[in-house]
Design a protein around this ligand. Structure first.
Ligand code: BEZ
Length: 237
């Protein structure tokens, strides 16, 4: 049997637009999020354990994402009443890693027609024909997809990594730099060579203060943790 072709948006594409019903009312995506970063993520199914642990973790960390001007939007191919019942059960009954009484306040999209899941390549038939994989789309304030991470059904996401990705993308934009392996706020950043990432030529010729070059292709500079973490507050003040 021939497999249905399922398109997938790529990094640098505009986020595919859709209107949907969510646990927090109707949304027009990504128009409603103009000027904000958004993490649009899918989970395989309501009333499943790994997804439950993920929702509790995301709900607990939501204020940390919001402080980065980043909103969370979840999706599964379940219906609205299933979503509502699952989130109520989580709040009333589930305890995980010291978290309990957890209320999920970010929107969870109902996608029984799978229209949105198909648009975003969240259905990956080799993994499941009926459930979305754990996809994570990082979308910037102008609606462009800036990073995508996919996890299989059996693997719960690392939410510190998702937060690190948002901070690293914002840092790259704000300071015109790249972030090296295992970068965390406060670590040295990479000043990319001229011609890559739209970087001006004088940066690699040693004209920019504080830039250390080990060879023409490897230059670094320091940006303090405070500058990295406070920068976006100034931008959105
Ligand atoms: C889970 O969230 O636990 C799960 C969902 C679908 C398949 C396997 C695990």
């Amino acid at each position: 049997m021939e497999e249905e072709f399922i398109g997938m948006p790529r990094i640098g594409d505009l986020a595919p637009a859709f209107k949907a019903v969510t646990t927090q009312g109707n949304i027009d995506f990504p128009a409603d999020y103009k000027g904000k970063w958004v993490i649009l993520f899918s989970h395989p199914a309501d009333f499943t354990p790994v997804c439950t642990s993920e929702f509790m973790t995301f709900a607990k960390m939501e204020p940390e994402f919001n402080a980065l001007n980043c909103e969370l939007v979840g999706l599964s191919v379940d219906g609205l009443y299933s979503h509502i019942a699952w989130l109520r059960t989580i709040k009333e009954k589930i305890e995980y890693k010291g978290m309990k009484n957890v209320e999920v306040n970010f929107p969870l999209i109902e996608d029984i027609t799978m229209e949105v899941a198909k648009k975003y390549g969240m259905l990956q038939p080799g993994e499941s024909n009926t459930k979305a994989v754990r996809a994570v789309f990082f979308i910037d304030p102008v609606g462009k997809i800036r990073s995508i991470i996919y996890y299989p059904l059996s693997l719960g996401r690392n939410f510190d990594e998702l937060k690190r990705v948002v901070i690293a993308l914002q840092t790259a934009d704000r300071f015109d730099v790249a972030t090296p392996a295992d970068w965390e706020p406060g670590d040295e950043v990479i000043v990319p060579p001229a011609g890559s990432c739209g970087i001006a030529k004088d940066r690699v010729e040693g004209k920019e203060e504080g830039v250390k070059c080990y060879d023409w292709f490897f230059c670094t500079k320091s940006i303090s943790k405070e500058e990295v973490l406070n920068g976006h507050k100034l931008e959105h003040a």
